[in-house]
Design a protein. Structure first.
Length: 268
């Protein structure tokens, strides 16, 4: 099957769509894999509605941040960066918020759902580095301790035992409400960001999907566009995806090993 994928992609400029499955080898859990933790994601409506909801979000997010933020790119991320440097990959559209593609060296990256590495003030627009905010949170909540055996969830948070007494961080410029620069459930991908991803696909002759079950509709929209254009679609994912029947080639395998093998075999 690897040979079929190589044949489908050889001589073509490839757009790549990645999901949570590409980051599992970096220690970040998948959303829907066999051992994925049960999720109860907070919606943007809940986050904006009450202080209690924001307190619950921020304490859980901070407790998970040290481990999530310490994750490093794996062989799959590095293989895609290598393929971009050699002119095979035209760019990466990712559903992940971990920033690992950029850290691995990929330059043309559209982070469809944003990034946890930045925090935005909803009042004045000031942007903060998440690492700096983490220092502030710990200074204002010195009693916080991250348990080594706490279960890290796919969104980079930990389900807290209690939120009592937690001081929610505010903008240090205007005192406004802070929100991670991510697309919450209930929000839509910014139009300009989605247009940038569409441009990557339009400039490509093939679509490679790595580590996504394509349950999120934004991913399926790229599949549909690729199918309408009649370009090859190669899917690499452990388990089924919503687009298996539409794929030119489907590999039920891990992304690190397959992407590394493709990087060895594909030429610009």
């Amino acid at each position: 099957m690897l040979e079929d994928a190589v044949a489908a992609l050889t001589g073509r400029r490839v757009a790549v769509l990645t999901g949570a499955g590409i980051s599992t080898d970096s220690g970040i859990p998948d959303y829907r894999g066999e051992h994925a933790p049960v999720r109860q994601p907070m919606t943007v409506q809940q986050f904006l509605a009450t202080d209690a909801a924001r307190r619950r979000y921020w304490i859980g997010s901070h407790l998970g941040w040290k481990r999530f933020g310490a994750a490093r790119p794996n062989a799959g991320h590095r293989a895609l960066a290598d393929l971009e440097r050699r002119g095979v990959v035209g760019g990466v559209m990712t559903q992940n918020v971990d920033g690992l593609h950029l850290e691995a060296g990929s330059e043309r990256v559209v982070e469809l759902h944003g990034t946890l590495r930045r925090v935005l003030c909803l009042h004045c627009g000031q942007v903060f580095d998440r690492r700096d905010l983490a220092v502030r949170i710990e200074a204002e909540n010195p009693w916080l301790v991250t348990s080594e055996d706490a279960v890290l969830l796919p969104d980079g948070d930990v389900r807290p035992d209690s939120v009592d007494g937690f001081v929610v961080p505010a903008c240090s410029v205007c005192g406004g409400m802070l929100k991670p620069e991510v697309v919450f459930f209930g929000e839509t991908i910014p139009v300009a960001r989605f247009a940038g991803a569409e441009q990557l696909l339009t400039a490509a002759d093939a679509l490679l999907v790595a580590g996504s079950s394509l349950v999120v509709n934004s991913g399926m929209r790229f599949i549909q566009r690729a199918q309408r254009r009649g370009i090859p679609i190669v899917i690499v994912n452990r388990g089924q995806t919503r687009a298996d029947a539409r794929a030119t080639v489907k590999l039920d395998a891990g992304t690190s090993e397959v992407l590394t093998a493709l990087a060895d075999k594909l030429e610009a």
